[in-house]
Ligand binder design. Structure first.
Ligand code: KG4
Ligand code: ZN
Length: 357
């Protein structure tokens, strides 16, 4: 019988130190043998955002402890590991370097292949950890650094249909949370506030809602929120502002997703209409509901990663590692960390003032 591959995944691109082991399975999806994530919220909270040097130091201090725990939890021995996969970009260079070097060292000392992984591809494939998912599919990637609609044709095969022209959606959540006075992590905190508020209290802008296809823009919202927070008095006002912000985001995504469906159908026709939503913001319950609604209305099958796998984790890195391992797509030990890395290298840069849509 063919040996089932076991991949050790490592993630350290930003403020999560994570190690996971997954095993190929004859069933529909791989088995997660262990998945350890250590977040650094406490380290960065007094600064209101991630401080790269502090993040890097925390990765250095913790990575071997996290790896030891992941290996122990998995109940396998080191010599059973088939390959090591580590995030090589995008992310903070000082942070990427730590996980990448650690991964190369393990692979080298065990004499097994090393695989560099694009963090965004990790998010893109994350639903494959909890359900059978075949290519092609439409992907909405909504994280702290990216907000994009992509047509996913296969491993390493991405066509960008739309992107944010300014802030990423997670960034918009974090900035709004900060203005309202919610601590970090901003996104989940804002979602809790929104549950206690009136979503119709404040009327907020929906930038480029009727132009630019399925491109997105969130920066105008931040300006509007800043103006409103100056007049805000009560705790209830804060809840109402959080709820109004979240409702506005849902409405923007509803309209833009229909445009993305149309773009996707131009490529793939009416068959295989699957819509995957991944990245940290995909954990948001009411955004999920709205995107399920728009999918059903347009005959797309909505697919989400398990909520525990929406945020940064190493199981999704191991997932990409497993797919690359199966086709023997390995990297050399001189693979560099790449702070800027996209899924569709041919897509036009669409950021900043004066961008033409
Ligand atoms: O994918 P991720 O963990 O890291 C990046 O690759 O960026 O995404 C983190 C982002 C943060 O901006 C965080 O505030 C947001 O995802 N986020 C949420 C929720 N959980 C995480 N935003 C809205 N609602 C949530 N429940
Ligand atoms: Zn991420």
């Amino acid at each position: 019988m063919k040996k089932k591959a076991i991949i050790l995944g490592i993630e350290s691109s930003c403020d999560e130190t994570a190690v996971s082991l997954i095993q190929e399975d004859s069933g529909e999806k791989p088995k997660i043998l262990s998945n350890v994530v250590s977040s650094q919220f406490d380290i960065h909270k007094e600064f209101g955002g991630v401080v790269p040097e502090l993040a890097a130091r925390a990765h250095v201090e913790k990575i071997d402890l996290i790896a030891n725990k992941a290996i122990k939890d998995s109940k396998i021995s080191l010599n059973q590991i088939s390959a090591v996969a580590a995030t090589s970009g995008p992310g903070l260079i000082v942070c990427l370097t730590i996980g990448l070097s650690f991964g190369k060292t393990i692979a080298y000392s065990l004499g097994i292949p090393f695989i560099g992984v694009n963090h965004l591809e990790g998010h893109a494939l994350s639903p494959k950890l909890n359900s059978k998912l075949e290519y092609p599919y439409l992907l909405l990637l909504i994280s702290g650094g990216h907000s994009q609609y992509l047509s996913v044709g296969g491993l390493g095969n991405y066509k960008r249909l739309g992107t944010t022209i300014d802030d990423a959606l997670g960034e918009a959540f974090d900035k709004t949370a900060k203005l309202i006075g919610i601590g970090i992590p901003g996104g989940p905190g804002l979602e809790k506030f929104a549950k206690k508020g009136n979503p119709n209290k404040f009327d907020l802008p929906k930038p480029i809602i009727n132009k630019g296809g399925c491109n997105l823009s969130f920066a105008g919202l931040k300006t509007a929120i800043l103006r409103i927070t100056k007049d805000i008095k009560s705790e209830q006002d804060k809840f109402d502002l959080a709820a109004s912000f979240q409702k506005t985001i849902e409405e923007i995504l509803y309209v833009k997703t229909i445009k993305a469906f149309d773009e996707y159908k131009k490529i793939h026709g009416e068959q295989k209409k699957k819509f995957v939503v991944a990245g940290g913001v995909a954990a948001n319950e009411s955004i999920r509901k709205k995107l399920i609604k728009v999918s059903k209305e347009n005959n797309f099958e909505p697919i989400f990663p398990d909520p525990s796998l929406c945020g940064d984790n190493a199981a999704m890195i191991a997932m990409v590692g497993l797919e690359k391992y199966k086709i023997k797509k390995f990297d050399k030990f001189d693979l560099p960390a790449t702070p800027r890395l996209s899924l569709d290298e041919s897509a036009k840069f669409l950021k900043g003032p004066g961008v033409k849509l």
